[in-house]
Design a protein around this ligand. Structure first.
Ligand code: TYM
Length: 335
């Protein structure tokens, strides 16, 4: 079992990233057999598919690293680095862009969402983004990729690319990576709009709970979270067509480690005036220790940079080995 996953360093880590992915990274890391390691990276090369202010990119890379460590990613058990320090990601992405088909990329919904109406004006990198993502996991021969539900399509593409590469060159070089999305991982929605996912790129900070928010900010955001006027239902079916209510109940259930039915067993029939403060207590209690640790880590940026450089060195050793096999498979002369 080789676990690989990544996160972009744009904006801060929010509850959607945490409940959808990072919490599972930590659970999978902690369940590893001694000697096995998981591979987690900060996707700074993906980040620049949309323009990033250079100084901000450097700083948010550090912040995401600190947030991941505060959330429980332990550099003694997991390899943690930023993608751009290991140039083999770009090298493999080129080779795989000759394996992937234009028709496959044309189906990617994220490109359609992110390029919006101005498709001609989007960067080429935004279009080939999923090929780099395939390279990220295949470089380490990932078998399991813990991601949120929104990344499933990209992982299916990575499987198609791996399969075609293996077939084209007649060797089982890449295992087919499996997206690991535990059923208990919700797609966390925006607090302002139950039809949108909670996202770093939403211009309204009120739409998300950041792992770095203060207790007051968390309480205020939840108090103002959009809901409907009905009380909470007493059964799960009652959440149908109530996306905002469902979102808050899912957040509660995931953080409390119970199911939707249990949460509704406790709060069904009550209004949001009663439920929201209980949810805020739970969110604050879960995030406070992470928040404190995050601030401690961020006070020492040199230590973060050193941890990422150390992780990059370990990643590079494996990446070089895979690229040797890839070059040999493709027939590139030399090295
Ligand atoms: P990114 O940076 O958008 O998000 C990181 C992880 O958080 C999950 N996630 C969510 N889960 C549930 N609800 C939400 N509202 C929510 N928002 C984000 C994402 O599914 C993801 O698992 N393309 C990737 C980064 C990447 C990557 C990779 C991931 C680059 N290379 C290779 C896996 C393997 C992305 O932009 O994730």
């Amino acid at each position: 079992m080789i676990i690989v996953s990544g996160i972009q360093p744009t904006g801060s880590l929010h509850l959607g990233n945490y409940l959808g992915a990072i919490r599972n990274w930590v659970l999978m890391q902690d369940a590893l057999k001694p000697g096995d390691r998981a591979w987690f990276f900060i996707a700074d090369m993906h980040a620049i598919t949309l323009f990033q202010d250079p100084a901000e990119l450097t700083q948010s890379t550090r912040e995401i690293a600190a947030a991941l460590m505060a959330a429980g990613i332990d550099p003694a058990k997991s390899v943690l680095w930023n993608q751009s320090q290991v140039m083999e990601h770009a090298e493999l992405a080129w080779v795989l862009s000759c394996t992937a088909r234009i028709g496959w990329l044309n189906r990617m919904t994220q490109f359609k969402e992110k390029s919006g109406k101005d498709r001609e004006g989007a960067s080429v990198g935004l279009y080939t983004y999923p090929v780099l993502q395939a390279a990220d996991v295949l470089l380490y021969k990932a078998t399991h990729v813990p991601v949120g539900d929104d990344q499933k399509q990209h992982l299916e593409l990575a499987r198609d690319i791996a399969q075609k590469f293996n077939t084209d060159f007649g060797r089982e070089l890449f295992p087919l990576p499996e997206p690991t999305i535990p059923p208990s991982s919700p797609r966390v929605r925006s607090l302002r709009d139950g039809s949108a996912k909670m996202s770093k790129s939403d211009p309204s900070d009120q739409s998300r709970i950041n792992l770095t928010d203060s207790e007051d900010e968390i309480r205020n955001k939840l108090k103002r979270a959009k809901t409907d006027p009905e009380p909470l239902p007493t059964a799960v079916e009652g959440l149908e067509n109530r996306p905002e209510a469902r979102n808050l109940v899912e957040i509660y259930a995931t953080l409390a480690g119970t199911g939707l039915a249990e949460v509704l067993g406790e709060f069904g029939g009550q209004g949001f005036g009663a439920f929201k403060p209980a949810l805020a207590d739970l969110v604050v209690a879960k995030l406070a220790p992470m928040n404190a640790r995050y601030r401690e880590l961020l006070a020492n940026p040199a230590a973060i940079d050193a941890a990422l450089a150390e992780g990059a060195e370990q990643a590079r050793a494996v990446a070089r080995e895979t690229m040797r096999e890839v070059r040999d498979a493709v027939g590139f002369l030399g090295r």
